[in-house]
Ligand binder design. Structure first.
Ligand code: G3P
Length: 215
């Protein structure tokens, strides 16, 4: 499974790139609003750091405006993927953009039917928001399972990005379900690597190493 960071923070991205396991980045208007860097500069800097796709969200609401905005954003860097919220205007724009070879990540997916339509319109990625469903007492992972099954049933090429991830368990469940990608905040990415028994084990090995004699 590919691992993406869900952030617009350059330091977080640099950090995880240095770990050697980062496959891509997803951003959204909320994440970009937290950085004090002009939007287009920010996107260019992120795209230079990341060895993979970087999702950048359109804020236009009419299909023709979304298309114009997406074409402009896609010129910022070769690895830009255009994020478009799912609705009828978004579908129309996705159909046009995907025919032009511009990759689209359809976002704010909360039902399997939305994911099916996004894939049919030519989206390269669909992003179900798991945590926000859990927040309202639904089972976010059931949505992932349904989408993965539907895409397998019909050999749909769109990749599933499990998004709105809150904890490492979400990442493991997504992997068990066969989702292509999980995108997560830096805090979750960091937790994926940690285990208290590993820390205790390292500590004990280092202590015992002091007792080993060397000639
Ligand atoms: O970037 C999309 C998504 O991952 C946002 O997650 O935490 O705002 O529900 P959250």
């Amino acid at each position: 499974m590919k691992l993406f960071l869900d952030t617009a923070n350059l330091q977080e991205i640099k950090d995880v790139v240095s770990w050697g396991i980062l496959d891509g980045v997803t951003t959204n208007p909320t994440l970009c609003s937290k950085e004090n860097i002009p939007f287009e500069d920010l996107v260019k800097q992120i795209c230079r750091l990341v060895p993979g796709p970087v999702s950048v969200e359109c804020v236009s609401t009419k299909a023709e405006d979304i298309v114009a905005e997406a074409r402009k954003l896609s010129l910022l860097a070769p690895n830009v993927v255009i994020k478009i919220p799912i609705n009828i205007e978004g579908l129309k724009a996705t159909k046009i953009l995907s025919a032009e070879g511009i990759k689209v990540n359809m976002t704010l997916i909360f039902s399997p039917s939305q994911a099916l339509l996004a894939a049919k319109a030519g989206a390269a990625y669909v992003s179900p928001f798991i945590g926000r469903l859990d927040d309202i007492s639904h089972h976010g992972m059931e949505l992932v399972e349904e989408i993965v099954t539907i895409f397998e049933n019909y050999n749909l090429e769109a990749e599933v990005i499990v998004a709105s991830v809150r904890h490492p368990g979400h990442v493991v469940e997504a992997a068990l379900l066969g989702a292509h990608i999980t995108t997560m905040p830096y805090s979750v990415m960091e937790k994926l690597v940690r285990h208290p028994l590993t820390d205790i084990g390292i500590e004990r090995f280092l202590q015992d190493w002091q007792k080993v004699t060397h000639k």
